[in-house]
Design a binder for this molecule. Structure first.
Ligand SMILES: Nc1ncnc2c1ncn2[C@@H]1O[C@H](COP(=O)(O)OP(=O)(O)OP(=O)(O)O)[C@@H](O)[C@H]1O
Ligand SMILES: [Mg+2]
Length: 342
């Protein structure tokens, strides 16, 4: 069996709007290993949420939403599944945690009932057993007096507790992948740290893989094993935490790292100048060209591919990589003709 539970190949999600085609996700490739925590990081609007919504088939049903490529989950392409088949997968095999817990919680029902619904629907568990499971899950995510709390309504929970409740719901059917889209962004820092701790502990205990979508490099550093950096609908660099934080290659990744405070570093923060390109009117060539301090002629003409840099697992989409090593001793990119790289 493959070590990967999910393989996303050339995923494209384009929205056809009155003013033109928005290429929100435009040829994204990545893999998620069993039990790993993969971070997807990038500025607002770079396509992180649309990537996760496309995987879960939450976009793609309207005629204006065009999703193509492959989302292989245990080898099967989710993009080819019927809506009925997807309903069975969502919440059971793959579950989602959103930024706002009230996206998932209904204010009209107590929290226990909402969690219990998951095993009731997906595993056909009898009501009593499902309720027991809900209380167990609340205990697992660190809700005190879980038996009593299960009877309470979302408004009786604090923000941090609600997010724990949603995580309990996402775990109720033992998924092997949780997609968490900015799950801690709305929480204050101490609660955020607790929720990150909780997610890491749950992964360690249950072996659930987590795709952590965030714009916050601090969250990535704290939680993830590997990270994919997204820019304007594409992944521009991917690697282990050490690859990305200690040996970043892409000027965008370097810019991101320079624009956030990091422990032990006292230089002035340097924000990345400029704005990401308009997704309706993308430039030819590299999408970071307008903001890149190292831009070359080639960058204006051709889009660089995501290819191995120092190791097979550390990939970068940047022409500088080739320029930086003129003897061409750089694995797969070496001897590549420009037209092949398009
Ligand atoms: N239904 C839609 N129709 C047209 N454009 C859309 C639609 N949904 C998203 N977009 C556009 O797609 C781009 C990517 O959006 P997405 O929500 O994935 O960004 P993000 O990386 O999650 O940002 P954030 O960090 O702010 O959550 C944005 O420019 C957004 O405006
Ligand atoms: Mg988002």
């Amino acid at each position: 069996m493959s070590e990967y539970i999910m393989e996303v190949n050339d995923l494209k999600t384009h929205f056809h709007t009155k003013t033109g085609v928005v290429k929100a996700v435009d040829g994204v490739n990545f893999k998620v290993k069993k039990g790993e925590i993969l971070g997807i990081v990038g500025e607002s609007g770079c396509g992180k949420s649309v990537t996760s919504q496309s995987i879960m088939r939450l976009v793609g049903s309207k005629s204006s939403e065009h999703v193509s490529g492959e989302v292989r989950y245990h080898g099967e392409d989710l993009l080819l599944k019927t809506e009925r088949e997807m309903e069975k997968i969502r919440g059971k095999d793959i579950s989602m945690v959103f930024q706002d817990p009230m996206t998932s919680l209904n204010p009209a029902y107590n929290v226990g009932t909402q969690i219990a619904e998951m095993p009731e629907i997906h595993e056909k568990k009898p009501k009593k057993a499902a309720w027991k499971r809900a209380v167990e899950m609340l205990t697992k995510v660190g809700i005190p007096s879980s038996e009593k709390r299960a009877h309470q309504y979302p408004h009786q929970y604090s923000g941090g507790m609600r997010q724990r409740g949603v995580i309990a719901m996402s775990l109720a059917c033992d998924p092997d992948l949780i997609i968490a889209d900015e799950p801690t962004t709305a929480l204050d820092v101490t609660i955020q740290a607790q929720v990150l701790d909780l997610l890491r502990k749950l992964r360690d205990d249950t072996g659930t893989a987590i795709m952590m979508i965030t714009h916050d490099l601090g969250v990535v550093a704290e939680l993830c094993d590997r990270v994919a950096v997204m820019y304007a609908g594409k992944i521009v660099e991917e690697g282990t935490i050490e690859d990305i934080f200690d040996r970043p290659k892409h000027p965008y990744t370097k810019g991101l790292l320079n624009s956030v405070p990091r422990p032990g570093r006292r230089e002035r923060l340097q924000p990345i100048e400029g704005q990401p390109p308009n997704l309706q009117n993308l430039p030819q060539g590299c999408r970071f060209q307008d903001r890149c301090p190292f831009v070359m002629d080639k960058c204006l003409a051709q889009q660089p591919e995501l290819l191995p840099a120092e190791s097979e697992q550390h990939t970068v989409a940047c022409w500088l990589e080739e320029e930086g090593q003129p003897d061409g001793d750089r694995g797969t990119r070496k001897n590549r003709q420009p037209e092949e790289a398009l």
